[in-house]
Structures are given as structure tokens and as C-alpha cells.
Ligand binder design. Structure first.
Ligand SMILES: [Zn+2]
Length: 256
């Protein structure tokens, strides 16, 4: 297992962050590194989560999850939520796809296997957010909802936010059906050049960058991961490996 980190958060000593991604063995991700209880046995996932906690520097019993439903619903979490969803016998925070917090040692966590994890850090107010953006969450502008929630809860100025659009399916590989194109046309009128490429693939990372810019985030404060989870060899990929594939874990926490 490896921890993939953003350059943009280097030097921010009060957070830990990253995507926990599998080792690559015999041309495929090592199933022992799967981090979702949906895709592995309980003992396998407990072991992998212990390793993930070690790499990240957090207690694996503290990973805090929402039940991901491809929505644009954002939860504010506090110490009382810590560890929800960390193990199969503990239910998640709620049905939703993003969390924000200014509480220390509550590692907000999402499971991804092609969808885009989006990390937000407010260095001024010491607050954080993490969103799960697949095509539905993107079409629902989940990153905008997350920025607005951080403003409401922590008085975050979008001009201060640092954003990492993390590893996820690239435009190279994201072929979609007509219903997805139709939804994006409805959600983003006039923005077609930003999300639709010549081959008809959708660029989820770029459209999320545009949504972030429209919320007032500065272009120099956004980093986009070049890693494609499908063709990039280094991640679990639902589209490549099908149902039952493992999941990468994205996590972000305030440590002091
Ligand atoms: Zn690709």
C-alpha cells in the first residue's frame, strides 16, 4: 500500500491527508490492500485499514465515513461522529458524499474506485472538507456545496481555500452514455468545452476545477492529480476490474 499526497498541502503541518492506494502486483492491484468492507472480508479490511492508519498517522478506529450515495449532500462532523463507519458494525454519519469539520483528530474519509476525491483546506480558519465526486455528484456541484458549507460553518473565504482534485478516472478513459451527456448539458449550460472532449469522453477533473473557480477559489490554489485510476496502474478501478473490485481510501484530518 502507498500513500499518495498532494504537493499543494506540503508545508501545512496541522493536517494529514492522502489517498491510500494498493501495491501493484502481477499487473493488478493487490486485493490485500482493499479498504472497503463491501469488497473484502472483515479481517482483510481490518488489516488493510490498520496499515492505512499507520501510513497516514491516524488511528484506524477514527476513520469517519458517510454512506456514499452519489448525492451533493454535505455533513458537518464533530468529535461525536468520529469513527462512524470505521467498522461494519458501526453505521456511517448519514447518506451523503462530503464532510466538513474544524475538529481535530476526526479523519474524514471516503472510498473511491474511479470517482474523484476532492480535498479542501482552509489555512486561515483551520477547517477542512472532503468530497466524493463521481459524475452524479459532479453534476450536482458537490464541490460548490462543500465550499458553501465551509463558509457557513467556519466563515471560510473561498479565496483562501487550497484544493486538491485527487486521483480519479481521467478524460482518457471516461466514456459515458447519452444520459450522462444530457445531465451535464442540463447542469452546466454553456460549459461544454470544459467537460466534453472531442472523442465524447467527459473530463470530471476539469469540470470540478471550473466549479471550484466559479465559487471563488483561486486558480493557483487548485492542484489536479494527473493520475487516472483506470489506465494509471496504481489504484483500484471499478470500471477496469468490475463489481467486487477493491476501493482506495481518501482521508483528511486536522492533527493539532
Ligand atoms: Zn485513463
Amino acid at each position: 500500500m502507498r500513500l499518495v499526497e498532494a504537493r499543494i498541502f506540503q508545508g501545512i503541518s496541522w493536517i494529514r491527508h492522502g489517498v491510500l492506494a494498493p501495491s501493484w502486483r502481477d499487473g493488478k492491484p493487490d486485493p490485500a490492500d482493499n479498504l472497503s468492507f463491501k469488497s473484502g472480508t472483515e479481517s482483510q479490511v481490518r488489516q488493510a485499514r490498520a496499515l492505512a492508519g499507520e501510513l497516514l498517522g491516524v488511528n484506524p478506529a477514527h476513520f469517519t465515513h458517510v454512506y456514499q450515495v452519489h448525492s451533493a449532500t454535505v455533513f458537518r462532523v464533530t468529535r461525536a461522529d468520529r469513527g462512524k463507519g470505521a467498522f461494519p458494525n458501526i453505521s456511517q454519519v448519514g447518506n451523503g458524499d462530503a464532510m466538513v469539520t474544524d475538529t481535530t483528530n476526526v479523519p474524514i474519509s471516503i472510498l473511491v474506485a474511479d470517482c474523484i476525491p476532492i480535498f479542501l483546506v482552509d489555512p486561515h480558519n483551520h477547517a477542512i472538507g472532503l468530497a466524493h465526486a463521481g459524475w452524479r455528484g459532479t453534476a450536482g456541484s458537490i464541490v460548490a456545496e462543500t465550499v458553501r458549507r465551509m463558509h457557513e460553518c467556519f466563515n471560510t473565504d473561498p479565496g483562501d481555500l487550497l484544493v486538491w482534485i485527487g486521483p480519479g478516472i481521467g478524460c482518457c478513459c471516461f466514456e459515458v452514455g447519452p444520459e450522462v451527456i444530457a445531465q451535464f448539458r442540463e447542469s452546466f449550460p454553456g460549459w461544454e468545452p470544459y467537460w466534453l472532449d472531442r472523442s465524447g469522453n467527459i473530463n470530471l477533473k476539469e469540470i470540478n476545477r471550473r466549479i471550484a473557480l466559479a465559487e471563488g477559489i483561486r486558480p493557483e490554489n487548485i492542484e489536479i492529480s494527473g493520475d487516472c485510476t483506470l489506465c494509471g496502474k496504481g489504484y483500484f478501478s471499478y470500471r477496469r476490474d468490475g463489481a467486487g473490485t477493491g476501493h482506495n481510501l481518501s482521508a483528511l484530518t486536522i492533527v493539532e
